[in-house]
Design a protein around this ligand. Structure first.
Ligand SMILES: Nc1ncnc2c1ncn2[C@@H]1O[C@H](COP(=O)(O)OP(=O)(O)OP(=O)(O)O)[C@@H](O)[C@H]1O
Ligand SMILES: [Mg+2]
Length: 267
């Protein structure tokens, strides 16, 4: 059984891409067959995995979605790139912006990505989707095809309003498009335990959302190492396996896998 996890938050720069890449590679290191989908026209996930010029890639999520709309057959490897650390990557670039705009005129436009995912999911244990910082039609597509949502939240700043808006969208998608959508959890990122502000925000999150949402026990510490990996095109496990961020993503991977076991699946 394949599980599709959407990494989503309409707030920018909260650690979505970093989490998607490192959790995905973390799961692959635990023997899982993983596909990472870059669903952001910025192409950050694509670039951070070492495919440094996303705009020069011809076959991307945009062409995959266009082919899906036009019912053009694709083989299962169409547009898929392979990363040296054992994950498959479906890249994106600026073409995805035009794609999102053109969705306006398409029938069942919320479900295009879902149609594609259904056609390839038998080949994977996990599909992780890196969302863009907006709640537009692409994000709706991402939520409509996911089994669960992982919400990274930056420890320095808690946008309660933004989270409420996100929850509202998730509830709407659940009601109208995807009844089985669940919350995987809220992940505190860039956590600096030395600052009172960060500790307060972590506490606030627990207090306000702890009963409704699963707040991951493991927080991702603030560390320049996390940012440095991006430039190297590798995961934190390769770049700095024993550092605090590597350990935290390893623990997060374990939490995600344990959750699976709790549902009677997993390794
Ligand atoms: N734990 C961390 N410690 C320090 N810096 C981090 C950490 N995690 C991510 N960063 C850096 O913070 C910036 C934002 O992270 P990232 O790109 O993952 O966020 P995002 O939510 O995907 O952003 P966007 O909304 O633009 O897609 C990046 O420069 C990244 O390298
Ligand atoms: Mg990103």
């Amino acid at each position: 059984m394949c599980k599709v996890i959407a990494v989503v938050n309409q707030k920018g720069g909260v650690g979505k891409t970093t989490t998607c890449g490192n959790l995905g590679i973390g799961l692959a290191r635990r023997g899982k067959k993983v596909l990472l989908i870059d669903a952001d026209p910025q192409g950050d996930l694509t670039a951070s995995l070492g495919f440094i010029n996303p705009d020069e890639i011809n076959h991307t999520l945009a062409t995959v979605m266009m082919n899906t709309i036009n019912e053009v057959e694709m083989d299962k490897d169409y547009a898929i790139l392979r990363h040296s650390e054992g994950v498959d990557v479906l890249p994106s670039n600026i073409d995805l912006s035009a794609m999102e705009i053109s969705l306006v005129n398409v029938m069942s436009r919320e479900l295009i990505l879902k149609r594609y995912i259904e056609s390839i999911k038998q080949h994977y244990d996990y599909i992780l989707i890196d969302g863009m910082p907006s709640l537009g039609m692409l994000t709706i597509n991402v939520l409509a095809c996911a089994d669960s949502v992982l919400i990274p939240v930056q420890a320095a700043y808690l946008p309660i309003k933004g989270l409420q808006q996100l929850m509202k969208t998730i509830v709407q998608v659940k009601r109208q498009l995807n009844p089985r959508l669940e919350i995987e959890g809220v992940l505190v990122t860039m956590f600096d335990r030395r600052t009172k502000n960060a500790r307060d925000i972590a506490e606030l999150l627990e207090e306000n959302y702890g009963t409704m949402l699963n707040v991951f026990v493991n927080k991702i510490p603030l560390s320049v190492r996390a940012a440095e990996t991006t430039a190297k095109g590798v995961s934190i496990f390769q770049y700095d396996p024993n550092g605090s961020v590597g350990q935290a993503y390893k623990a997060l991977t374990k939490e995600v896998l344990e959750d699976e076991r709790g549902n009677g699946e997993g390794d």
